[in-house]
Write a protein that binds this ligand. Structure first.
Ligand code: PLP
Length: 373
């Protein structure tokens, strides 16, 4: 067998460096490096158009955007969220002195299970913070109904859901706000970066103040205990350039997704999670679930792949609710989260990124299918 380079779960798709130089020259010429310069303004407009949303406020990273979205919503007390996510989801609540209350997930989507939300609502609950895990849409309608019935805010951690649509348009239109991450590992990247998508001009203005120390619009005074969440001109420029190649990158991801699904369809004990449908998803991740009827245990398959240079990820193990700063909470008990505990023992995210060649995809399929043959 020929020697292969190791393959990792993701790899950023970089545009040609030469294509970035004109952007840098423009920034050098302008002498405006940050604080909402022209690149920043252009990227906000371009993203509104590309995503099909009304208002976008750029941030230096997704975590700061989450923290600020919660601050802007004026939440108190308890917020219902999922244990099955990246730790930044819950951390953003702790940073706002809120108590994350963990609710179990749906075994089919791995997203917050709406049927279990109401039992966790107390007099102190002020919001729901679901995650569109792996870019697969939450049951946004059921969540909205619960929120309206109990007068709760809904803030989506949409860090995986850039560009995902449903029948009504952008998935990011749901909830009071949706928060994106533009980290290097995400589908759309500004190296580090993020954004809040919100519904109205007043909220956007409030958020823009909060990310700039809480300064008033004319800078003459300080109105809020804001933070520094600004995205620099260089990062914004990179976003503008990346946006140009994004449809092509997403199309390449889609082909890889299709190839995996076809190749793994008949493999006993392996389940591919159904996404939003081929045309509407962003194919950010390719999670498979290793069932009891697969001959290897999940960790054995993980090691088998690693031994052949295929480095998947066991996202999101450990569960957030199992981490030291969360596990004392009563909602973190394994009894409260049986599905999350079961699913997190089954998942492997396989490599998927625009430049992953189909030969490698076939090799990965063979490794997974071969062990089951
Ligand atoms: C990446 C990610 C974040 C954090 O975004 P950063 O830009 O890295 O700060 C938050 N939530 C989820 C679900 C993520 O995957």
């Amino acid at each position: 067998m020929k020697k292969r380079d190791p393959i990792f779960v993701t790899q950023p798709a970089l545009p040609a460096l030469d294509d970035f130089i004109p952007y840098l020259r423009e920034i050098w010429d302008s002498r405006i490096l940050t604080n909402g310069g022209s690149m920043h303004q252009r990227l906000e407009r371009a993203l509104c158009e590309y995503l099909g949303v009304a208002h976008v406020s750029l941030f230096c990273n997704g975590t700061q955007a989450l923290i600020t979205a919660i601050q802007a919503a004026g939440l108190e007390g308890e917020v219902i969220t999922t244990p099955y996510s990246f730790v930044a989801t819950a951390h953003s609540l702790l940073w706002n002195n809120l108590r994350p209350v963990f609710v179990d997930i749906d075994p089919d989507t791995l997203n917050l299970d709406p049927a279990r939300i109401e039992a966790a609502i107390t007099a102190r609950t002020t919001a729901i913070m679901p995650v569109h895990c792996y870019g697969h849409p939450c049951d946004v309608r059921a969540i909205q109904q619960i929120a309206e019935r109990h007068r709760l805010k809904v803030i989506y951690d949409a860090a995986h859901a850039f560009g995902v649509r449903d029948e009504a348009g952008s998935l990011l239109q749901h909830g009071d706000m949706a928060v994106l991450s533009f980290h290097a590992t995400k589908v759309f990247s500004t190296f580090e970066g993020g954004a809040i998508v919100c519904r109205d001009e007043a909220t956007k203005r409030h958020i823009d103040q909060l990310k700039n120390f809480g300064l008033s619009r004319d800078g003459s005074t300080v109105e809020f205990t804001g933070n520094n969440g600004k995205l620099s001109e260089v990062h914004a420029a990179f976003g503008l350039l990346q946006l140009q190649g994004l449809d092509q990158a997403l199309a390449k991801r889609r082909l890889i997704d299709q190839r995996y699904r076809r190749g793994l369809a008949g493999v006993r004990g392996i389940r591919c999670i159904d996404g939003v449908g081929e045309a509407l998803g962003n194919h950010a991740y390719f999670p498979i679930l290793v069932g009891a009827d697969y001959p290897l245990q999940r960790d054995q398959l993980f090691e088998h792949l690693a031994a052949h240079g295929i480095n998947g990820r066991r996202y999101f193990q450990p569960l957030i609710s199992s981490l030291p700063m969360y596990r004392q909470d009563p909602s973190s008990s394994a009894d409260n989260l049986p599905v999350a505990h079961r699913m997190v023992e089954q998942v492997i995210c396989l490599p998927i990124y625009p430049d992953l060649d189909h030969d490698s995809v076939d090799f990965i399929i063979e490794l997974v299918a071969g062990a089951a043959a």
